[in-house]
Design a protein around this ligand. Structure first.
Ligand SMILES: Nc1nc2c(ncn2[C@@H]2O[C@H](COP(=O)(O)OP(=O)(O)OP(=O)(O)O)[C@@H](O)[C@H]2O)c(=O)[nH]1
Length: 337
């Protein structure tokens, strides 16, 4: 019996990591190993999942979290996904110390090429099988993303389960309309509306059988044809690192400013930072761990899991980002050179 793999796709900020964290925290008895593929060279999601999983491992024995280096599952690091899977799953799959592998694709990846790898690679097929493709969709942003990006449509097209997420950010009628749009783009997929990826985990993890079909419908086929190894024009990332604690108020003001700028499109901000306490440099007050999450103009700062990291890390993803200017801003806030 080969190990089932669930591929989790969805555009930047749609809720993939939120779903993976829920799966890792759930009491469903399915032991999961996770492979994370990020857009951007600093791996924030891997860190967040590692923190979540360490907590779980204390009580229930979590699986491995493996990060794929910078690059994209749909193009240059497809081989890495293969190598990582072969390194993770033993030759005799029955001896794997987990029941399932979750692959969190980068927000800028189409699931198509990765799915094809599973179907044509005999060595891989002896150990794993693709059991399902779950796509997360941001209910409030999907119209914009379908118009402006190449990836969003392909992610919907390949899915067999679609989580219409961020439903709390739209009216119920709008969520209905978008759910209808999803069904028209991909009539074969199950669509569920959710807030913070709250969907039944047996629905996400349930066996679906190998994904052997082409994406359905004329529109989506066209999308799948054109997206191979192609990304939205100008899409890029800037990875920022700084030693020591950060002034979070200044960071938030700066991020809000960046999100409003029209010379670029800031799509995503995510980071784990050591936050200087409000008592400033007072001796003996240790820095806290804060998680920064931004999706377009929405920004959330929450307490992170575990201790403050030694290095604060932030990744910005968007179109036409001016890296030099962003680095200057970061340096001004953190003192990083
Ligand atoms: N309000 C609201 N926030 C959500 C919802 N789902 C996720 N979030 C938040 O949105 C942010 C992005 O969620 P992630 O799960 O990191 O998104 P992602 O798809 O993994 O993002 P990338 O890895 O950058 O592609 C996080 O701050 C989440 O807590 C939702 O349904 N409603």
């Amino acid at each position: 019996m080969t190990v089932p793999v669930t591929l989790i796709a969805g555009f930047l900020g749609s809720g993939k990591t939120t779903l993976v964290r829920r799966i890792l925290a759930g009491s469903h008895g399915v032991r999961c190993a996770v492979i994370v593929n990020e857009f951007g060279e600093v791996g924030i999601d891997g860190d967040l999942l590692q923190r979540a999983n360490v907590k779980r491992a204390d009580s229930q024995g979590g699986g491995a979290v493996v990060e794929l280096a910078n690059g994209c599952i749909c193009c240059e690091i497809q081989d890495d996904l293969r190598t990582t899977l072969l390194g993770l799953v033993p030759e005799d799959p029955a001896r794997a110390p987990f029941d399932r592998v979750l692959v969190e694709a980068s927000g800028a990846a189409s699931p198509g090429p990765a799915a094809q790898t599973f179907l044509i690679d005999g060595v891989l097929q002896a150990r794993v099988h693709l059991d399902g493709i779950v796509a997360l969709v941001h209910a409030g942003l999907i119209d914009h993303l379908l118009r402006e990006t190449a990836e969003a449509e392909a992610q919907i097209a390949y899915a067999d389960r679609i989580v219409l997420n961020h439903a709390d950010r739209v009216e119920a009628e709008e969520a209905e309309r978008v759910a209808g749009l999803m069904r028209s783009l991909n009539p074969l997929a199950d669509v569920r509306t959710a807030v913070r990826a709250e969907v039944p985990l047996d629905w996400v993890l349930g066996q679906k059988g190998a994904v052997e079909r082409e994406p359905p419908g004329p529109r989506v086929t066209r999308a799948a044809d054109r997206e191979v190894a192609r990304h939205t024009k100008g899409l890029g990332s800037v990875s920022l690192v700084a030693k020591g604690a950060v002034d979070v108020d200044a960071l938030v003001i700066w991020l809000e400013f960046l999100a409003k700028r029209r010379s670029h499109e800031l799509m995503r901000a995510k980071g784990v930072v050591a936050a200087r306490s409000r008592q400033g440099g007072q001796q003996g007050v240790p820095p806290r761990c804060l998680e920064i999450q931004g999706v377009y103009r929405w920004l959330e700062v929450t307490d992170g899991e575990g201790e403050a990291p030694e290095r604060s890390q932030l990744v910005l993803i968007g179109r036409d980002l001016d890296e030099a200017e962003i680095r200057r801003g970061w340096a001004a806030i953190t003192g990083a050179g």
